[in-house]
Write a protein that binds this ligand. Structure first.
Ligand SMILES: Cc1cc2nc3c(=O)[nH]c(=O)nc-3n(C[C@H](O)[C@H](O)[C@H](O)COP(=O)(O)OP(=O)(O)OC[C@H]3O[C@@H](n4cnc5c(N)ncnc54)[C@H](O)[C@@H]3O)c2cc1C
Length: 431
């Protein structure tokens, strides 16, 4: 007889939700994380889209340590000395299930793990799972953590993008460098009212999600981000590893230094106290680098299964992790009830994900990484083009004015009409 019905490795968004669902279904479940507490080592930009969280915790708005509700979406095209920003707000963004919130992972992940504990899950923190235990037939029957070997009917791997266990479990291959990005982030404390004023929202409960293209990553594939929290600003960059390694760009930490000193960004974080610095991988290859999701006695969820997308105007991984954790937990409980935790017995998890937004999105955005990786004009030429166009419109220096057509056409010609058409077509197809 196994020690537990289920073991979940990793107390991030996917793992704590999986453990919560199993415990809620009356199963004995052990949640193990290498961090000293849930969220200790976790990182996001970040904002979480609420829809999947609401399905698991209908009253999460009252309980979860959310920062601000996102009421403004901003995208900036930057050159070294210019900035062009689109600011979008809409009442539709505020509707329950369509809304999103900025979060800080340390408090948020602790809340999620507490929900699992309250439902009956046992937790162990501060110990990494080093190895999976298999029976003679190769079925996974437990984990080895520290000195201990602990057994279970099913093991759910939610150990994130750098999973060392998925290769043992389902033969996951290491993704190539062009499918992985690296993210770095700093958090600056500021009074709530200062953040509200600088981000131009209506109250201290409202926040902004801001993405920057162009000079933020010195023209290489990637972008900057800024999220307004209650009393802090999360500021960071995501850059393609291959683009940074081969593109002759600056090291990413230097990019972040320059980004912080860009006049537009500097004015928002001015006098902020740096309280956190973190770095993390981002699996941008999505569906192209996903491992098998089930094996005999094992399931994989969240970023351990590479469930993440970066569309340039949207970065998502947490809502996928929550949904995948929910399906994994529910399907594992059903398989335990049926007494079949073989690969075939766990297959309903794959079907559930296929029928959900998780796999539908990952299928739909399968071409995005290839498009963005080769979309160098977006990170160089277009921010420069926009700067020239805006200069032409707004700078008045006494030289005779020109009709818009005669100022804009030469600028478009610089990029090339065919290139422009090609990029619009490519973006329509991939994004
Ligand atoms: C810079 C950056 C910006 C992002 N911005 C956003 C955003 O704005 N919105 C969004 O939705 N997503 C964003 N993402 C993606 C999102 O953060 C992830 O998709 C999400 O955190 C994945 O959740 P997870 O539970 O699968 O994995 P994680 O949150 O990474 O959790 C994995 C857990 O497993 C534990 N672990 C790992 N190995 C072991 C082991 N061997 N033994 C025990 N425990 C182990 C870790 O300590 C960790 O707690 C961003 C990511 C980055 C890096």
């Amino acid at each position: 007889m196994a020690d537990f019905d289920a073991i979940v490795v990793g107390a991030g968004c996917a793992g704590s939700v999986a453990a919560y669902e199993l415990a809620k279904a009356g199963k004995s479940v052990l949640l193990i994380d290498r961090g000293n507490f849930a969220g200790a080592k976790n990182m996001t930009g970040g904002r979480i889209y609420s829809h999947s969280l609401k399905e698991v915790f209908p009253d999460f708005e009252q309980e979860a340590p959310l920062e601000r509700k996102v009421t403004h979406e901003r995208i900036s095209l930057m050159t070294g000395d210019s900035n062009f920003t689109i600011d979008f707000s809409s009442n539709d963004m505020l509707v329950a299930g369509q809304d999103s919130y900025t979060v800080l992972r340390a408090p948020f992940d602790q809340w999620l793990a507490e929900k699992a504990e309250e439902a009956g899950a046992e937790t162990i923190f501060g110990i990494p799972v080093e190895e999976l235990v298999k029976d003679d037939a190769g079925k996974i029957i437990g984990v080895r953590a520290g000195e201990d070997e602990i057994t279970a009917e099913v093991v759910i791997l939610c150990d994130g993008v750098n999973s060392l266990l998925t290769s043992q479990a389902v033969g996951a291959k290491k993704p190539s460098a062009d499918m992985i990005a690296v993210g770095i982030k700093e958090v600056f404390e500021l009074p709530a009212s200062v953040i509200t004023d600088r981000c131009q929202t209506n109250s201290d409960d409202e926040g902004t999600a801001w993405l920057y293209v162009g000079d933020a990553t010195k023209g290489s594939f990637g972008g900057g981000f800024l999220y307004a929290n209650k009393e802090s600003i999360s500021l960071g960059l995501v850059a393609g590893i291959e683009a940074v390694a081969t593109g002759g760009s600056e090291p990413i930490y230097q990019m972040l230094e320059d980004f912080k000193h860009h006049p537009q960004v500097a004015s928002i974080i001015k006098d902020g106290k740096l309280v956190e610095h973190s770095g993390h991988m981002v699996p941008e290859g999505g569906k192209n680098i996903m491992p098998e999701l089930v094996g005999d006695g094992v399931m994989v969820a969240g970023e351990a299964a590479m469930m993440c997308i970066n569309l340039g105007y949207q970065v998502r991984g947490m809502d996928y992790a929550v949904a995948a954790g929910m399906h994994a937990g529910r399907c594992a409980a059903a398989a335990i009830d049926k007494g079949d935790t073989s690969k075939a017995g766990l297959a309903p998890y794959v079907t559930a994900l296929d029928n959900s937004f998780v796999m539908k999105d990952l299928n739909n955005y399968q071409k995005t990484p290839f498009f963005l990786e080769n979309f160098s004009r977006m990170f160089n030429d277009y921010p420069a083009l926009v700067k020239k166009a805006m200069n032409a419109m707004f700078i008045v220096d006494g030289t005779p004015g020109q009709p818009l057509k005669s100022t804009m056409m030469p600028l478009l010609k610089e990029v090339g009409y065919m290139n422009l058409l090609k990029d619009v077509r490519g973006a329509m197809k991939a994004l």
